[in-house]
Design a protein around this ligand. Sequence first.
Ligand code: AMP
Ligand code: GLY
Length: 423
Amino acid sequence: MRILVLGSGGREHALVWKLRQSERVSKVYCAPGNGGIAEEAECLPVDLKSLESMVPLAERLKPDLTVVGPELPLTLGVVDEFTRRGMTVFGPTKAAAQLEWSKSFAKEFLQRYRIPTAAYAICDSIEEVRAALKRFHAPVVVKADGLAAGKGVVIAASKEEAASAAAEMFSGKMVGEAGARVVLEECLKGDELSFLVLSDGERVAPLVAAQDHKRVGDGDTGPNTGGMGAYSTADIIDAQMRDWLVNHIARPVVAGMKAEGAEYKGVLYCGLMMTAKGPMVLEFNCRFGDPETQPILMRMESDLVDALEASISGRMDEVELKWSEDAAVCVVMASGGYPGTFEAGKWITGLDEAAKVDGVKVFHAGTTKRDGSFYTSGGRVLGVTARAGSLESAVERAYEACGKIEFDGVHYRKDIAGRAVKG
Ligand code: AMP
Ligand code: GLY
């Protein structure tokens, strides 16, 4: 069969890499893709912000299956539109994706179904923010309601700082339309966990859990990013915790969405804080995580195509996902200045040497290829991912490979999985 992957990041490179391992797959297209993906799939230009660009491309290619990587096409209704035209596509509808594109919807939904989450207030004006802040203790988390590509969350140390962050969101200067409504949240403490499940609208199949590292600097310092690295191990959570998360979070969410007429098919990404009082939901994403997908798929032994098809056709009970006991670690190599402004077009060297390190796969995120060489083209450039029998050796392999790669301004965290490794 022929598969089209929509997207251009490290997550999409990992999806392409894993889909190609299926014996059922004869050809993979990726639109728009990137320099590294082009080595493994036929890349085609597309505008992911426009259904008018995505629909004709798919109608021309006639793939047997389309896999949507990022949230934007999902929130535009790419799944609704492709399905209406008789095409098979993996992911939630626009209505189901509301769990990601409206944080206020997600919070009210969680409350309706008594799923654990931080106390919150939804505010439409700075006056409402000031009134609601009386009920909070600092620090307070201030979130733009809409999609903001990771830039819509401020952890304010004081109530004054919270009010000014909210004012900036309302002004439209910070995150545009996404900040027309603001959600205040109690600040939770604990370890974060990315818990992803595949859903067929009714049943769910959990993927192995992973941990992302969102801050730019070692020791979780500096501003938030899209994710600077992630790891997954067999014991990141135990079977009892996994079942608890399925029964108390993932299943109730999927059942609630169905009851409300917005059946949720696709990946449901539950961003959790493991607090002293138990797991609590920080956010939902309606797609695979980036960079979590890179280590998760490195550990997946089942056929990804079978799993995605089961989600689309309501047969999730027929697939049992199989996973390696190995650990996997992804270290993101980023452009100088990221997550702020950065320069693109830097020559990347050492990719071949890095790929020779045992157990390593270098996934490309922001790269282009010109005259046989790779150049940087985005903030997150590469996801150097390693698999090994222990987390310690996976970490060692990933950093050995990172050490061979160079480009002007490169930076990456040196402590991915560090807390887990130290135990
Ligand atoms: P979100 O996009 O809602 O996941 O927020 C991005 C990041 O902000 C999360 O991954 C957390 O690191 C942090 N965060 C969000 N909500 C909270 C909260 N209620 N308490 C503490 N940290 C939070
Ligand atoms: N790594 C966080 C995300 O995919 O949203």
